[in-house]
Design a protein around this ligand. Structure first.
Ligand code: AQP
Length: 334
């Protein structure tokens, strides 16, 4: 059976960037790739690479699972689970660390970016080795495809390198996964600082629309989104990056091409476009939030996560046992 694997870490409040770059893409794939099996996890082990409050983390993990279901993930087609409940993830992560070089990890731009910001709070060893655990999360299930946003491209390349190296040394064992990066919306930028991507763990949420925002908040954030003084509707990510970011959001949510959005608002100022965009986003998120509220406190969510844990564990246990034998771990039985 061919497989797709994806995950999101519960490290903050989910943003429109996560929704467009990862969640929506995953749901679309589920309806287009009818002969595939889907594995989807809440990457709580990744969240603790930076300091977290225990109760908040537990709540966020549940929230992420509920949001995926609210967005349309079908539990009959997708194995949905919490990463920390399938212990083999950490085990395979360690085994793969033994096939990964320091130099490879030192080159990871996301690590370098996070170190720059988090210097004063201390850098954990796990933040450094994070991409290896991510490689384990993925190749554990032998997927063909991994839907991610553009920021995860480098980690996916490392995942492939680690899997290829392992296969070269121990014989064909892991499937080499391909990243699936959306053609539009692979990097939604911060609304206040368009040089950086919209992120869920940013201290201020002024530049990020969260999946829980109401219409007034969304309207205010979009109204104050940085654009330019050129005043002409054009999709130009280099010269008009703020506007291009908003056009991208409009295009993805409205199922249009960026150029169609430009044509629609040609000759009008940015204000009308921003007002309409706020309505479009609020409608989409409003529907999502209603479904989320139905799911979050229901016993169904626990039943789905229990069943996901069992199915994922069944696969992961067999994979890790085989992997250990390939490496030479375990006893010789007489
Ligand atoms: N701004 C974005 N635009 C498009 N896609 C995005 N993703 C994240 N931000 C954007 C995609 O969402 C998934 C989430 O992956 P993750 O939770 O493992 O971590 P991340 O990529 O580091 O996401 P964040 O929101 O920036 O989290 P923090 O702030 O905690 O580091 C991935 O598929 C990602 O590409």
């Amino acid at each position: 059976m061919k497989r797709v694997v994806s995950g999101i870490k519960p490290s903050g409040t989910l943003t429109l960037g996560n929704y467009i770059g990862a969640i929506k893409q995953f749901v679309n794939l589920q309806s287009t790739l009818s002969d595939y099996e889907f594995f989807l996890f809440v990457a709580d082990l990744h969240a603790i690479t930076v300091p977290q409050e225990a109760a908040v983390l537990r709540k966020r993990s549940r929230d992420v699972a509920a949001m995926y279901l609210a967005a349309g993930v079908d539990p009959n087609r997708t194995v949905l689970f919490l990463q920390s409940e399938v212990k083999e993830h950490a085990e395979l992560g360690y085994l793969l660390q033994c096939s990964t070089y320091m130099g490879e990890l030192e080159r990871m731009t996301q690590y370098k970016d996070k170190v720059r910001v988090k210097k004063e709070t201390g850098i954990t060893a796990a933040l450094f080795t994070y991409p290896v655990l991510m490689a384990a999360d993925i190749i554990m299930y032998d997927p063909e495809f991994v839907p991610v946003g553009d920021d995860q491209k480098q980690h996916l390349e490392l995942t492939r390198d680690i899997a290829i190296r392992f296969n070269n040394k121990y014989g064909d064992f892991f499937t080499i996964p391909e990243p699936l990066i959306p053609t539009i919306g692979s990097r939604i930028m911060d609304l206040q600082d368009v040089s950086k991507k919209m992120s869920k763990s940013d201290e201020s949420d002024k530049g990020a629309i969260t999946l829980y925002d109401d219409f007034e908040t969304i309207h205010r954030k979009i109204r104050s989104a940085v654009t330019d003084s050129i005043g002409i509707m054009k999709y130009d990510p280099i010269k008009q990056p703020g506007l291009a970011n908003l056009i991208t959001i409009y295009a993805v949510i409205g199922h249009m091409d960026p150029e169609e959005v430009v044509t629609k608002y040609q000759g009008q100022g940015y204000a009308q476009f921003k007002d309409d965009l706020a309505v479009l986003v609020a409608n989409e998120l409003g529907t999502l939030q209603n479904r989320y509220h139905e799911i979050i406190d229901s016993g169904t969510l626990d039943a789905i996560l229990d069943s996901g844990r069992e199915k994922a564990h069944e696969y992961a246990f067999r994979k890790v046992e085989k992997c250990k034998r390939k490496i030479g771990l375990g006893r010789i039985k007489k």
